[in-house]
Design a protein around this ligand. Structure first.
Ligand SMILES: [Zn+2]
Length: 313
């Protein structure tokens, strides 16, 4: 049962208090009732307004423990409004925009929040792409084209996988890879695409082993006429991604944080036809409470203590 506000009015009425936000997160995190994150016990006693104490092991936890909201000093109502706003930004949200609209104290806070939310844009255990899928790589950042098969200075190499639905693009996956070697490309393909799928690539040697990994591999050989685009879906995604990075973020994306932006782009792209803002809101919050503590700690470690103004793209 997907229960979410349909519009701004419903949103504002529903999430006006901390209690209402917590209750909503509780439903998303423990839809079948409390589940102790430590011992798995299913009974707990409330302690104060926020904590629950496990009846099995006495461990105290809250509905936001281990989620992107863990340890936040700001009210959940503000987080919810931020998420509603972020979801509504058709072309993505910038930290400057968030700071201005919601009156967040600092650019840095806005920037941190957006990074946490981007992390929640990846659905844990998400499905792999299937059917016919185009795969290609693209260099992100920098003006000059890089040499294939090795790293290019000042650039990040991103593997693009795009489902082919006739002339339309289905779902996509984006993976940053260290290089265009078979080892890197095969790993990215296996993370993104179900075995048994048909994969279209160009003739690059890094893709030669795909058949032995259980895929039907079709090489789009360069026998077409000059100017014919052999992997049009991937090229379209690459162009949109680059335009988005330059437009919404004005190129202010550092290479070390590129993964977060790839997650946001993928989330928005794969839901581009969804007209229900509330549904996206629901999905993002659902992911946000499903992100486990270990992943959360890694993000914070990655995000904290780094200067956000590292504009090298
Ligand atoms: Zn327990």
């Amino acid at each position: 049962m997907e229960d979410y506000p349909k519009n701004l009015t419903e949103f504002e009425v529903r999430f006006s208090t901390e209690e209402a936000c917590r209750d909503y997160l509780y439903q998303l995190r423990w839809p079948k009732g409390f589940h102790c994150p430590r011992c798995g016990h299913e009974r707990a006693w409330p302690v104060g307004t926020v904590l629950f104490q496990c009846a099995g092991c006495n461990y105290q936890t809250s509905v936001v423990s281990g989620t992107i909201f863990h340890g936040t000093h700001k009210p959940l109502t503000l987080w919810f409004r931020t998420i509603w706003w972020v979801i509504g930004q058709k072309n993505g949200a910038s930290a400057m925009g968030l700071k201005r609209i919601l009156g967040l104290g600092s650019y840095r806070t806005a920037w941190l929040w957006l990074h946490k939310l981007r992390r929640a844009m990846v659905t844990p255990g998400r499905d792999h792409l299937a059917g016919t899928v185009e795969v290609d790589e693209s260099y992100i950042g920098g003006e000059k084209t890089g040499k294939r098969g090795r790293g290019a200075a000042g650039k990040s190499l991103v593997v693009i996988a795009a489902e082919v639905k006739g002339t339309r693009i289905g779902r996509i996956r984006l993976h940053r890879v260290p290089d265009a070697s078979a080892k890197s490309l095969e790993k990215a393909v296996q993370q993104a695409i179900s075995p048994g799928s048909m994969i279209r690539t160009d003739g690059w040697k890094g893709y030669c082993g795909l058949s032995s990994l259980g895929y039907t591999h079709v090489v789009m050989r360069n026998t077409a006429e000059v100017g014919v685009n052999l992997l049009p879906h991937c090229h379209r995604v690459a162009a949109l991604l680059k335009r988005w990075l330059l437009g919404t973020h004005q190129g202010a994306v550092s290479h070390e944080h590129l993964d977060y932006y790839l997650d946001e782009f993928t989330f928005r792209f794969n839901r581009r036809t969804s007209r229900h803002r509330g549904k996206l809101f629901f999905r993002l919050l659902q992911n946000a409470v499903a992100v486990d503590t270990i992943i959360y700690k890694r993000i914070v470690k990655n995000v904290r203590g780094r200067k956000p103004l590292n504009h090298n793209m």
